[in-house]
Write a protein that binds this ligand. Structure first.
Ligand code: PLP
Length: 394
């Protein structure tokens, strides 16, 4: 079974960069996937208080009643979704929620439609479940977004899921409500297809982009939509490992069965912190987004100033996806030729001391991904090192 799994490209790159650093090399890591900001104080305080109160036992597998209620309230408040706590499951990160949903529903011969570039884990989880990802290439000419016509072509008799992710990792693309409306119209023609919408970057949007989610845009799809979200990105809580899914009760029950035999429940303290996060003040979101947007602009400008590189301006998340096609075939100072984006990323690491993630990990080459959730001076330094390394190619 493990032969079906690849190492996560993001984790692999970060590990290699850490090794080089440990060996004394000056390496700038901009390959990560998490906010550099600390968890807000009121959220940390809630965890302290839960600990002091002895809130240290197993919780119900689906999550504590307080957290499931807070999630239902959040989905009503932010997304206009009418969700009962019974329709909610809390997992050890959005990743476990997605894993459980796909494992609980997919089998040999089933298919999941995966628009790409896509987050590294969707295809691996689909394959681990014995099913087949049906990739749909969504390039820069279509804003990296799936169109209704593409969706119609991709759906077949064995399609069980469509996987959507907005704001998107790695491109930062954000689907508008109108774009989701067009996809929903196709899905209404196919009652057996479920939708997994990964909304983990919901709060990180820029300019005039407005977040929308498909069950809100088309309530008739709610009964077959799993809305996945979590605390990691918007609340700067990656290490706390809390994600959640909201969907039909049969699916939540199936996921809980799997969870009950694997991790039992999520960390009790993290769940208490998540309740405080969801119910508490959200002023830090705008503050963080202002910093992200400034850093985004800095990186986009610097990348587009490098002859041979190009990128669009992402509308959400904290990634810039860089077109490296003009570097393919270029000669490195040591005489070797860059054959693909894995070699481009390796060159950036070796020649520039900058860790980026090759597009191959996201199923869309020859590109690479930068993360701009780092301090401005790290990003400036990284971009000028990349520019220098590219200028040394022939
Ligand atoms: N979905 C996307 C698109 C992500 O980028 C990530 C994390 O990188 C996750 C889900 C999982 O996040 P977590 O398991 O920390 O909730």
């Amino acid at each position: 079974m493990l032969r079906r799994l690849r190492d996560s490209a993001t984790i692999a790159t970060t590990r290699r960069a850490r090794e080089l650093r440990a060996a004394g090399r000056d390496v700038l890591v901009i390959s990560g996937g998490e906010p550099d900001f600390d968890t807000p104080e009121h959220i940390k305080a809630a965890a302290h208080s839960a600990l002091d109160k002895g809130d240290t036992k197993y919780t119900p597998t689906e999550g504590t009643p307080a957290l499931r209620a807070a999630i239902a309230a959040k989905l009503a408040r932010d997304n206009g979704l009418a969700v009962k706590p019974e329709n909610v499951i809390v997992g050890t990160g959005g990743k476990q929620v997605i894993f459980n949903a796909l494992m609980a529903t997919l089998g040999e011969g089933d298919e999941a439609v995966v628009p790409r570039p896509c987050w590294v884990s969707y295809p691996d989880i689909v394959e681990l479940a014995g099913a087949r990802p049906v990739y749909v290439d969504c390039g820069p000419d279509q804003g990296f977004k799936l169109t209704a016509a593409q969706l119609r072509d991709a759906i077949g008799p064995r399609t069980r899921w469509l996987i959507l992710n907005s704001p998107n990792n790695p491109t930062g693309a954000v689907y508008s409500a109108a774009e989701l409306r067009a996809l929903a119209d196709v899905l209404l023609e196919h009652p057996n297809v479920m939708v997994l919408t990964d909304d983990i970057y919901e709060y990180i949007v820029f300019d005039d982009a407005k977040f929308a989610t498909i069950a809100q845009v088309e309530p008739r799809l709610a009964a077959r939509t799993l809305t996945v979200n979590g605390m990691s990105k918007g609340y700067c809580m990656t290490g706390w490992r809390i994600g959640y899914g909201a969907g039909p009760e049969w699916l939540i029950r199936a996921m809980a069965k799997l969870q009950g035999q694997t991790t039992t429940s999520c960390c009790s303290l993290s769940q208490a912190a998540a309740v405080a996060a969801l119910n508490g003040p959200h002023d830090f979101v705008a503050r963080n987004n202002a910093a992200y947007q400034r850093r985004r602009d800095l990186v986009v400008e610097a990348v587009n100033a490098v002859p041979g590189l190009a990128c669009a301006t992402p509308q959400g998340a904290f990634y810039v996806y860089v077109d490296a096609s003009r570097l393919i075939g270029a000669r490195r100072p040591d005489g070797g030729v860059l054959g693909d984006d894995i070699e481009v990323a390796a060159y950036m690491l070796d020649a520039a001391g900058v860790a980026v993630v090759p597009g191959a990990g996201f199923g869309y080459s020859p590109w690479f991904r930068l993360c701009f959730a780092y301090a401005d001076d790290v990003l400036r330094d990284a971009c000028s090192r990349i520019a220098r390394a590219v200028s040394e190619l022939r």
